[in-house]
Design a protein around this ligand. Structure first.
Ligand SMILES: *[C@@H]1O[C@H](CO)[C@@H](O)[C@H](O)[C@H]1NC(C)=O
Ligand SMILES: *[C@@H]1O[C@H](CO)[C@@H](O)[C@H](O)[C@H]1NC(C)=O
Length: 254
């Protein structure tokens, strides 16, 4: 079944978006799901290339089911893609904050430079009833500190921000991660061209290859999801295009 949603903008523009509704959901249910947002002032705006919220997930809950989204809030409107999810089917250690720190280190990130250049904290709405919440964790690619500063900060590199989905409306315990790759600091920490895709793939490649920390080996399985996030640059910070794919990682202890 298809429903047609027509958004009439103040201008003369009319944009018609045709969306597929999942079986068993009639259009009034559907509008409630989409428009029943408690934490976003504007109604959930469907965009071309995004699929309706899904409950076909294990170990995480689609934030869009309750007004959240897979873009963080870097500014009031613009966001960076939450392009990696660590599902709660992962080893329980990884789901703890200490565990994520140690795991992040094992795949090449460290916190040594934390906060040096990031006065600005991002927020995200994971649809868990907590509304927009500040990032719980930021990891940066590991480099040696040189002359009291962080080499990574000079050179640019990979980093990610993480939020735990743990409000009562969606208490999955999964980590939602926005990963990206930056240019060097002369460019004022701008995200690389293609930096969102590159940042995500860096995390996924290392997680899937396997890593080791404190004598424990870790290895992740990945499932790729499309349709959670619109492909392209619309609403994306720095207007940098991304491919809309989200990697769902389940990290196992070997
Ligand atoms: C998922 O959504 C469908 C309707 O789209 C509904 O029939 C089904 O019961 C839901 N499943 C769960 C586990 O909530
Ligand atoms: C959710 O997890 C974060 C990160 O570990 C923690 O700081 C916060 O207190 C937790 N919130 C709830 C409601 O459990």
């Amino acid at each position: 079944m298809h429903i047609h949603i027509v958004f009439a903008f103040l201008t003369t523009t009319l944009i018609s978006v045709v969306l597929s509704s999942p079986a068993g959901l009639d259009s009034s249910d559907y509008n409630q799901v989409i428009l029943g947002s408690s934490s976003i002032a504007r109604p959930y705006q469907y965009v071309d290339g995004e699929l309706p919220p899904t409950n076909d997930t294990e170990g995480w809950i689609d934030p869009r089911l309750n007004g959240g989204r897979l873009l963080d809030f870097t500014t009031k409107r613009l966001g960076e893609p939450l392009n990696v999810i660590i599902s709660s089917l992962s080893d329980p250690f990884i789901l703890s904050e200490t565990g994520l720190h140690i795991y992040a280190k094992s795949i090449g990130f460290s916190e040594e430079c934390l906060g040096l250049h990031y006065g600005h904290l991002h927020e995200a709405d994971l649809g868990d009833g907590l509304g927009r919440k500040q990032e719980h964790f930021l990891a940066r690619q590991h480099y040696f500190p040189i002359g009291g500063t962080c080499w990574e900060s000079v050179r640019g590199g990979h980093h990610f921000r993480a939020w735990r989905q743990n409000g009562t409306l969606a208490n999955s315990g999964a980590w939602f991660i926005g990963a990206s790759k930056e240019q060097d600091s002369s460019k004022n920490h701008k995200i690389d061209e293609d930096g969102y895709n590159l940042g995500r793939d860096y995390v996924v490649d290392r997680a899937v290859s396997g890593s080791r920390s404190n004598g424990v080996w870790w290895k992740a399985e990945v499932e790729w999801r499309e349709g959670l996030l619109q492909r392209g640059r619309s609403g994306v910070n720095h207007a940098i295009s991304q491919d809309g794919r989200v990697a769902i990682l389940t990290v196992h202890r070997l």
